[in-house]
Design a protein around this ligand. Structure first.
Ligand code: KDG
Length: 334
């Protein structure tokens, strides 16, 4: 039973309890998060065999992350431990008109101090059928950039599926650097999590000013023409109806058709990791060979439910997602 592997940085996430501001509090809720780890942990809760690879400090802080990942049923056997610290990210969750803020404290983390030669690509991929990568880890430094590309290339050459979430983080690098990265990795990517803004702002595709869905379809067509290895592309669109009252719709493109989900409406407890929950939902649908309409519905429902969970990681199981499917805008009971 081959696994889905995530490669990247996982950080300690410190969040003031009860939506308070950092300057008010004397304690933080401590959890862990990182785009790629969030995806594999969520896939594990849908019943898939998963594995996460990173480098952590060789102390109890690193040991604790490993215990946590194991608690989600993620294989940690290929995680390295050594010099460097555990990256931290502070998340101040907004409320009402006050926006959410992220402060990174991740310099000199063990993974960003690592030499790419420390990771034995062949060995870490020997029991793997799909790899999930993102635009966060390569933004950290040149070694990790090169390693991410090498992993994608190796997978492409050996028949392992490559999933990529562009996950653009303006605090980590420029649009130009992200463009260079996407152009280099996309030839090896099978499943691309890119939205219209990734294609217009990063890849600089022309926005034809069409209505949202026609525009997205047009942009995806260009993406697939340029990168014929891509089999699926997916994204979500969030609409803000009123403060903390949002709705989400998902889109999946398969080189011919754009499949859209129903629109799901919900209020938000914690939206960090919502995109990763969507990604995991789509990957689950692809791995389980669901119909395309069902894949996109599952992805959006998984993400909608994540917004009700505190912490980065979607601990929602498959049955809970399935029971929300199709309920669309009627799903709110309050
Ligand atoms: O997608 C969620 C991530 O943004 C969060 O886990 C933190 O990995 C993170 C990052 O670098 O922003």
């Amino acid at each position: 039973n081959k696994k889905v592997l995530g490669f990247g940085e996982i950080m300690l996430r410190l969040t003031p309890p009860n939506n308070q501001k950092i300057i008010q509090v004397n304690s933080f809720d401590a959890t862990y998060g990182g785009g790629e780890a969030n995806v594999v942990a969520s896939l594990a809760s849908f019943g898939h065999q998963t594995k996460f690879v990173t480098k952590l400090p060789n102390n109890s802080l690193g040991d604790k992350v490993i215990r946590d990942l194991r608690g989600y049923n993620v294989d940690t056997s290929a995680i390295l431990q050594g010099d460097g610290r555990l990256g931290i990210y502070f998340l101040e969750i907004g409320h009402g008109l006050r926006s959410t803020e992220v402060i990174y404290d991740r310099k000199y983390s063990a993974i960003s101090m690592a030499n790419k030669g420390e990771f034995d690509i062949e060995n870490m991929l020997k029991d793997v059928k799909m790899v999930h990568l993102s635009g966060i880890t390569p933004a950290l430094n040149k070694e990790l950039y090169e390693l991410t590309i090498e992993i994608a290339k190796y997978c492409h050459n050996t028949g392992i599926l490559v999933s990529l979430d562009s996950n653009y983080r303006a605090k980590l690098w420029s649009l130009e650097d992200a463009k260079g990265f996407l152009e280099e990795i996309l030839p090896f990517v099978d499943i691309a999590f890119l939205g219209s803004l990734d294609m217009t702002n990063i890849l600089k595709y022309e926005d034809l000013g069409l209505e949202f869905e026609d525009n997205l379809k047009n942009l995806y067509k260009r993406l697939f023409e340029k990168y014929p290895n891509i089999k699926y592309a997916a994204c979500t669109k969030r609409t803000v109806h009123s403060i903390n009252n949002n709705s989400l719709k998902g889109y999946l493109f398969d080189s011919e058709n754009l499949y859209s989900s129903k629109e799901y409406k919900f209020d938000i407890l914690d939206r960090v990791g919502g995109g990763d929950a969507f990604t995991a939902g789509i990957l689950h649908g692809i791995l389980d060979n669901l119909d395309k309409k069902d894949i996109i519905e599952f992805g959006v429902c998984a993400s909608a439910l994540k917004h009700s969970i505190k912490g980065d990681i979607n601990i929602i199981d498959k049955d809970s997602v399935t029971s929300l499917i199709g309920k669309g805008l009627q799903n709110i009971k309050r």
